[in-house]
Design a binder for this molecule. Structure first.
Ligand code: ING
Length: 318
């Protein structure tokens, strides 16, 4: 017996700083119609898919920063996407900047939602691993101020939807094996990950040529080591002077790339994913209950950074 989810990676090309929400939503709707025409049940959009990747700039004016955030989801400009999804009977995963008030305190998150075929938000995730830096660093060709503009989320949940166990992560999360394992321990069968990844990484330019390799490496490893599908979706291309990798792809629980985009613009790649293909990995090689030895893994949770033993005393590495 098979449990098919036909999924589209809904890659976006650049979004200009001046682009309106309505203009961007029109692009998202065009991709949704195309995916629906190909028989898709679900389309996955990138991280921060409603605006340009604004953490590349240092802003002092909080009102300007907040212009990139959504206070409601759906709101007037995004309602059309929810309406189309319900009309077509297709679900979607959307990344956006979330501004919310919790116990009277304004909170700002790098957020992703999973919306089912009835147009209902069935899962919300807030990015845990915020890369970059919190202070203006003028030496960089461009900033990466996610640590300044967002707070980290609280963890990785899963939801039952589309006939399986679905999970989400966002961009830098995909580089950390803990991301996949926490969801793997909840039986995840498809992890949806939007990303905005510049080709150039100012602190380590020697990594630039490997940016596409690293992108696939981490998602393929996460898929195989947890017996899950992974859908990685880029905001790609030259956006406000910064070139972002493409490499959007759909990866099976074997770790193989089964579909990928060919351009750095608005494009869908799609695959007919049989979630039952996860079973042979989850029941044998990665049968966690049979093979894992968590009593030996304590440092993974207890220790944040590296400490090494030198001269008999634990020396904290700077
Ligand atoms: N972007 C990048 C990412 O993790 C980055 C930041 C680039 C980190 C290259 C390390 C190396 O893909 C986001 N938005 O997290």
């Amino acid at each position: 017996m098979a449990r098919f989810v036909t999924v589209a990676a809904g890659q976006l090309g650049p979004i200009a700083r001046t682009a309106t929400r309505t203009e961007v939503v029109a692009r998202l709707m065009a991709l949704m119609r195309e995916a629906n025409g190909c028989g898709c049940d679900l389309i996955v959009y990138p991280e921060l898919a409603l605006t340009t990747f604004f953490p590349r700039w240092y802003f002092e004016d909080q009102a300007e920063i907040d212009s990139f955030f959504e206070r409601e989801m759906p709101a007037a400009e995004t309602q059309a996407l929810f309406d189309l999804a319900r009309e077509l009977g297709i679900g979607f995963c959307l990344g956006y900047a979330e501004l919310t008030v919790e116990a009277g305190i304004v909170r700002r998150y790098n957020t992703s939602i999973l919306v089912d075929q009835s147009g209902t938000i069935t899962l919300k995730y807030r990015k845990v691993h915020l890369p970059g830096h919190a202070e203006h660093e003028p030496w960089r060709k461009f900033q990466h101020l996610e640590k300044r503009y967002f707070e980290p989320g609280s963890g990785f949940d899963v939801a039952s939807a589309f006939g399986g166990v679905m999970g989400m992560a966002i961009c830098n999360d995909r580089r950390w094996s803990e991301t996949y394992r926490v969801m793997g321990l909840q039986g995840v069968e498809m992890v949806m990950i939007g990303y905005n990844t510049p080709v150039h990484n100012p602190p380590a330019p020697e990594h630039d040529d490997l940016s596409l390799f690293h992108n696939h490496l981490v998602m393929q490893a996460g898929a195989y080591q947890n017996g899950t599908f992974v859908v990685g979706v880029a905001k790609a291309g030259l956006e406000e002077g910064v070139d972002h990798i493409g490499g959007s792809c759909i990866i099976g629980p074997s770790g193989e790339i089964i579909a990928r985009c060919a351009t750095k613009g608005d494009e869908i790649a799609l695959a007919r994913c049989d979630l039952d293909l996860c079973n042979s990995y989850k029941r044998t090689t990665f049968n966690f209950d049979v093979h894992r030895q968590p009593q030996t893994y304590g440092l993974i949770v207890e220790r944040k950074g590296v400490t090494t033993m030198a001269d008999g005393a634990a020396v904290k590495r700077e």
